[in-house]
Design a protein around this ligand. Structure first.
Ligand code: GLA
Length: 728
C-alpha cells in the first residue's frame, strides 16, 4: 500500500525553499524550510545514530540508528516511539491510542484549497498552489491529509490537515492539531504576545530553552491573554536582520501552541485547537477539518515577517466591500455616555461629530431590551423605546440626514438571565443541567453549537437590519466561556461543543455577510479578546483594546503590529483624563496614535472647546489625506515600544516609495535632554523627499542611513507626525 519511498517533495519559491522526504520506511521527514536553496536535497544534514532510550520502528530491524524520536518529521503520530510534542491523540476501537502516519501519495493542485465552514487564506490571482500529501496509519486506516497552500509573493505557506477515518471502526480524535514545524538545528528565541483585558498583545521575547513552553487559551475565544501567533527567531534577530518564522492560527476559539527543544537540540512547534475538553468522533468514512495555520519565513528580521503577514491579511484574509473601500471615520458613544443616553443625547453627539467631518455614528451597548446596566437585556434584540422614542428607523434617519452613516453594537453570543430569551429558552445556554453556571459580567453564553440558536439570532438581526439603514455592526463578545455542555448533544459528543461553538459563530457571520454584502462588521471581545486571523476573515477590523489611553496603546498596537496590519486595528481618540488610566495626554497625541489604526472618536465632542473642535476637524482631514498611505502602505517599527523609555516611533511608506509618514511620541520630558535621532526606512535612496510644510528637501539615502534629528518638545507626551513627499 505504501508508495513513494525515498521520494523528495521539494518546493522552491521566490525566496524560500521547503523540503520533505519520504524515507525508506514511508516516514515523511522534514528536511528544510528557510532561505532559498536550489536543486540540493538537504537530507545530507541528517545523521542518524544510536541514542539510548530512543527506540526503533520494527521495520528498521537491526538498525538501531533510525528512531522516530530523533528525526525531524512533517506530521508525527502518537504512541509509536516519538516522545516529543505531537499533533494528534486518538482512541481507537480496540482501546489503543496509537497513530502511525506513513506516506501514501501526494499531488499538486493549481489553486488554493478552501476549508468547509472555516476561514482560510484565499487567492484571487490564480497563482496560489496547493500541495496535498496523504498519510495513513496502516492498521486503523486513520488518514491525515496534509494541505500546504503557497502564496509565493508574500513568502506564505498555509497548512491544514483533514483527518479521515478510512477504516471500518470508530475512532475518536482527542487531539487534532493543524501543523507541526520541526527546526532540526539552531537556537531559537520565542516571541509571543500575551496580555490581559485592557492590555492585549504585549510582546515578549524569551531565549531558547530546553523543555516545553505552551501558549494557549481555554477561554472559548482566542483571548486577551495569549494571541494565537508566535515567532521563532535566531537569537541575533532584530527588525532588519536574522532568520525568523511565524506561525499564526486562523481560528477564534481554544488554541494551543507548544514549542519544545529536545535532547538532540532540535526545536519543534505544534499548533492547533486546544486538546483539553476536545473530542471528535469519527465513524467510518467521516472527516474532521482542522483550522488553518499561516506560516511565513523571513531572512530579514521581524520587519519583513510582519510585512508578509500584513499583506496576506489585507489581501487574502479580509474580504468584502471594506477590504478596499475607505472605512468611515466614526464616533462611538460608549465612553461618552455608557448606558446613560436617550435619542436626543445620541443625536447631539452625532450632530457635533458631523460638523467636524466625522462620517458615522456608532450606537454602542444599551439600545435594546431593558438594558440600562449590564444586569439585563442581552438576548432581547428589540429596541428600547424608552430610550429611543420612535425606534431605530427614526434615529437612523435623523443621523443619515446629517450626512452620516449609522452603525450599531450587538453581542449575539450572550444572554442575561433577566431577559425574555432566557425565560423562554433556558436550554439554549452552555451549562451542565445539574450545576449552576459561572456568571461573568452577569451574562451566560448561548449555545452557538445549536442550529436553532443561530437561526434565532439571524432572524433577530435581519429584522433590525431590514427595518432601517444600518451600515456597520460592532460584534462584541464580553466573557470567557465556561460550563461547556450542550443539551443538544449526547454524552459522548460533549468534546465537540467548544469547536462547534466557533463554527456556529462563523456560520452566523457568514449568513449575515451574504445577506448584507455592504455591511462593515467590526469584531470586538471586551476590546481585543478575539483578535485573530479567523475573525478577520469576517470582520476586517477589530476593536484593539478597551484601553484607549494613547500611551498604553503604543505598546498594544506595537505588539499587534507583529502579525496584523494597522487596517485591522480599531483605535479611537477618547477623553482626557483617560477613563482607564486617568492619564492626561494632548488631543494631538491621542490623534496621532489613533490614526495608526481604523480611526475614530469615542468621547462627548460637545464638551470640547472651539479650539479643540478645530483640532478634531484638522485631524479628520489629516487622516483622510493619509488614509491610503496608512492603511495600505508598508509599516515599519522604528523603536521597541516595550522598553520605550524616551520615545516610541513608527513609519508608513507608500508601496511606490512616493511618500512617507513618520510618527513619534516622546515618552518623557527631560531637562537638557538628548536630541532624538531616527533613521527612516523603506525609502528610495536616490529619490528626493520634501518635508510637508517646509522648504526642506532630503535625499532618501540621507534620511535612511544618516537619519533625522528631532528637537525635544516640552511637556508630557508630545508628538511628531512628519510627512515627506517625493519630489524627484
Ligand atoms: C465591551 C467593548 C466596549 C463596549 C462595551 C459595551 O467592553 O469592548 O467597547 O462596547 O463592551 O458593553
Amino acid at each position: 500500500m505504501l508508495s513513494g519511498r525515498n521520494e523528495v517533495i521539494y518546493s522552491s519559491y521566490k525566496n524560500t525553499t521547503y523540503q520533505m522526504k519520504v524515507n525508506e520506511y514511508g516516514v515523511l521527514l522534514h528536511l528544510y524550510y528557510g532561505r532559498k536553496i536550489s536543486d540540493v536535497v538537504m537530507d545530507y544534514t541528517l545523521k542518524n545514530y544510536d541514542r539510548g532510550f530512543s527506540g526503533n520502528p520494527y521495520e528498521a530491524d537491526k538498525d538501531r540508528t533510525f528512531s522516530l524520536d530523533t528525526v525531524p518529521q512533517e506530521f508525527p503520530g502518537t504512541g509509536v516511539g516519538d516522545y516529543r510534542i505531537n499533533c494528534v491523540n486518538v482512541e481507537n476501537a480496540d482501546g489503543s491510542g496509537l497513530a502511525d502516519f506513513r506516506y501514501v501519495s501526494h499531488k499538486i493542485r493549481d489553486s488554493k484549497y478552501f476549508i468547509p465552514g472555516l476561514p482560510a487564506v484565499y487567492d484571487e490571482t490564480d497563482e496560489a498552489k496547493t500541495l496535498i500529501i496523504l498519510l495513513e496509519d496502516p492498521v486503523t486506516h486513520l488518514q491525515a491529509k496534509l494541505f500546504y497552500g503557497v502564496l509565493e509573493d508574500n513568502d506564505i505557506i498555509t497548512r491544514t490537515v483533514v483527518y479521515i477515518n478510512n477504516g471500518k471502526e470508530d475512532i475518536k480524535l482527542t487531539k487534532a492539531y493543524s501543523a507541526c514545524l520541526d527546526l532540526p538545528f539552531g537556537e531559537w528565541d520565542l516571541v509571543h504576545f500575551h496580555g490581559r483585558h485592557c492590555m492585549e498583545r504585549q510582546m515578549e521575547r524569551v531565549s531558547s530553552m530546553n523543555g516545553i513552553k505552551s501558549i494557549e487559551s481555554k477561554r472559548g475565544a482566542s483571548s486577551h491573554h495569549h494571541n494565537p501567533f508566535v515567532i521563532l527567531c535566531e537569537p541575533n534577530t532584530n527588525e532588519e536582520y536574522g532568520d525568523c518564522y511565524g506561525m499564526m492560527f486562523v481560528y477564534s476559539g481554544n488554541h494551543k501552541t507548544q514549542i519544545e527543544t529536545d535532547q538532540t537540540g532540535a526545536t519543534r512547534v505544534v499548533m492547533g485547537i486546544h486538546e483539553e475538553h476536545f473530542g471528535w468522533n469519527l465513524s467510518a468514512g467521516e472527516s474532521f477539518y482542522a483550522p488553518e495555520v499561516i506560516l511565513t519565513y523571513s531572512a530579514h528580521g521581524f520587519e519583513k515577517l510582519s510585512q508578509n503577514y500584513h499583506e496576506t491579511i489585507r489581501t487574502n484574509i479580509c474580504r468584502g466591500k471594506y477590504k478596499v473601500a475607505r472605512r468611515p471615520i466614526l464616533i462611538n458613544n460608549w465612553e461618552a455616555t455608557y448606558f446613560d443616553f436617550d435619542e436626543e443625547k445620541i443625536y447631539t453627539i452625532a450632530k457635533s461629530a458631523s460638523e467636524l467631518g466625522i462620517e458615522m455614528l456608532v450606537l454602542d451597548d444599551g439600545w435594546f431590551g431593558v438594558r440600562n446596566n449590564d444586569f439585563a437585556g442581552l438576548g432581547d434584540w428589540f429596541v428600547n423605546e424608552e430610550k429611543l422614542k420612535g425606534g431605530l428607523p427614526k434615529l437612523v434617519k435623523r443621523v443619515n440626514d446629517l450626512g452620516m452613516k449609522f452603525g450599531i453594537w450587538v453581542e449575539p453570543e450572550m444572554v442575561n438571565e433577566d431577559t425574555n430569551l432566557y425565560r423562554e429558552h433556558p436550554e439554549w445556554v452552555l451549562k451542565v443541567p445539574s450545576r449552576n453556571p459561572n456568571r461573568s459580567r452577569y451574562q451566560l453564553v448561548l449555545d452557538m453549537s445549536r442550529p436553532e440558536v443561530i437561526d434565532y439570532l439571524f432572524d433577530c438581526y435581519t429584522k433590525i437590519f431590514d427595518s432601517t439603514n444600518i451600515e456597520y455592526v460592532k460584534w462584541d463578545m464580553n466573557r470567557s466561556i465556561a460550563d461547556v455542555f450542550s443539551t443538544n448533544l449526547p454524552a459522548n459528543r460533549q468534546g465537540e461543543v467548544y469547536h462547534r461553538y466557533v463554527l456556529g459563530v462563523y456560520e452566523l457571520l457568514d449568513r449575515l455577510e451574504k445577506r448584507y454584502p455592504n455591511l462593515l462588521i467590526e469584531g470586538c471581545a471586551g476590546g481585543g479578546g478575539r483578535f485573530d486571523a479567523g475573525m478577520l476573515y469576517y470582520t476586517p477590523q477589530i476593536w484593539c483594546s478597551d484601553d484607549t489611553d494613547a500611551i498604553e496603546r503604543l505598546q498594544i498596537q506595537y505588539g499587534t503590529s507583529f502579525g496584523y496590519p494597522v487596517s485591522t486595528m480599531g483605535a479611537h481618540v477618547s477623553a482626557s483624563p483617560n477613563h482607564q488610566t486617568g492619564r492626561n495626554t494632548s488631543l494631538e497625541t491621542r490623534g496621532v496614535v489613533a490614526m495608526s489604526g481604523t480611526f475614530g472618536y469615542e468621547l462627548d465632542l460637545g464638551l470640547l472647546g472651539e479650539e479643540e473642535k478645530n483640532e478634531v476637524k484638522a485631524q479628520v482631514e489629516t487622516f483622510k489625506r493619509y488614509y491610503d498611505l496608512i492603511q495600505d502602505g508598508k509599516y515599519y517599527r522604528l523603536s521597541n515600544a516595550m522598553d520605550a523609555i524616551d520615545y516610541c516611533a513608527w513609519q508608513f511608506v507608500a508601496k511606490d516609495q512616493g511618500e512617507t509618514l513618520v510618527n513619534m511620541v516622546q515618552i518623557r520630558p527631560r531637562a537638557n535632554g538628548r536630541l532624538i535621532h531616527l533613521k527612516f526606512k523603506g525609502l528610495n535612496p536616490e529619490a528626493l523627499y520634501q518635508l510637508d510644510g517646509s522648504e526642506e528637501v532630503f535625499n532618501g539615502a540621507a534620511l535612511m542611513y544618516g537619519g533625522y534629528t528631532f528637537e525635544r518638545k516640552a511637556g508630557d507626551f508630545p508628538t511628531y507626525q512628519l510627512h515627506f513627499i517625493r519630489v524627484k
